[in-house]
Design a protein around this ligand. Sequence first.
Ligand SMILES: Cc1ncc(COP(=O)(O)O)c(C=O)c1O
Length: 449
Amino acid sequence: MTDTVIAPTTGLVQERRLVTDLPGPRSQELSARRAAAVSAGGSSMLPVYITAAGGGVLVDVDGNSLIDLGAGIAVVSVGNAAPRVVEQVREQVANFTHTCFMITPYEGYVAVCEALNRLTPGRHEKRSALFNSGAEAVENAVKVARAATGRTSIVAFDHAYHGRTNLTMALTAKSMPYKHSFGPFASDVYRAPMSYPFRDGLTGPEAAAQAISIIDKQVGGSETAAVIIEPIQGEGGFIVPAPGFLPALLDWCTDNGVVFIADEIQTGFARTGAMFACEHEGVVPDLVTTAKGIAGGLPLAGLTGRADLIDSVHPGGLGGTYGGNPVACAAGLGAIATIEELGLVDRAGQLGTILLDRLRAMASRHPVIGDVRGRGAMVAIEFVWPGTTEPAADVCAAVARAAHAAGVVILTCGTYGNVIRLLPPLVIPLDLLHEGLDILDEAIGAVTA
Ligand SMILES: Cc1ncc(COP(=O)(O)O)c(C=O)c1O
């Protein structure tokens, strides 16, 4: 496939280059300083300290250049320091940095909301509100759903990840490391089974019937304010629900006056080969939460949805000091323009074809790969002991370590810790992507030899 996108970079050479072992000596010095100053509760997967990044590479303090297949967890989809983002941030930061939108507003906030209303699924009348983080957007989606319905119960799913604040910890499924020792959690949150085709073997409608039956019996449609779901689960293992699961859930929500919240924080903004992952199944959610890929790395998050729901909240009910900060909004507008100008939705689809082809070829040679799944530039492999569905978390960790040592930044995830996920910047040069995949392939071979 020819490389149609010229990676807009900060001028960094697009190559993998190792001049020291990883982490190198300067990174190790910084790690020592960090140990004495920084909370031990915040760990780093690969403690190499970065000084520059762009296109498909991260450059560290020792001069190593690493291939980036994680995009800072699906954040720098437009590339690190993407030119339009840098330009618009520079201009904004020189004009003013903060007024607080709740005190004296500014155009950038309005323009980002207009873009969100235009880009999210559905042509109905919409409103948006802006926040600082994904978790905050989710919290506010729940506030809106409760205010609009007068109900309190919220349903989330097995393997879900929605954040680390108190309410979003309650919505998140996995205990260690996200929830362990941090309870008690917010009440009136219930959990339903997720469609997980590799493990449940159910069709989408069958899995939806199972989930709906549990919600009906354990919560009740008339008690439920909202169902919140990631259209492809992120931290839980890149689980793509079987076709028909999401539409059946949406139908049940509509029939019962329940707000359907799509958490598109990881899947949104071109990542899956559609602007939003719900589009793959024609699902039009009542509310959509966004963050990560929205602003090229600056902290910005959005809640977008039906005007009647969002406008049901009393004036002053939604807000925060920094939400929709003008510099973050400028970055958001730069990132959205980049996605549209470079055709990054299509680009994500092209990357997906390469990734799935290459990973399926690996699966045919490495029986430890039990499943290859994903959409667009959001794909994963799940490691199992050959011939079983028994999670092989140790193999997964060893493969990730080997790839890291060779200078390829790949991330792991999954309830069972046995999934490697690939989320490259959408502007990564194709030869670099292939090189990263070659190294992953070699790492699996070496670990399982
Ligand atoms: C689907 C989803 N929801 C919510 C969040 C929380 O976002 P943040 O870390 O910005 O609070 C994440 C972060 O990984 C996510 O993937």
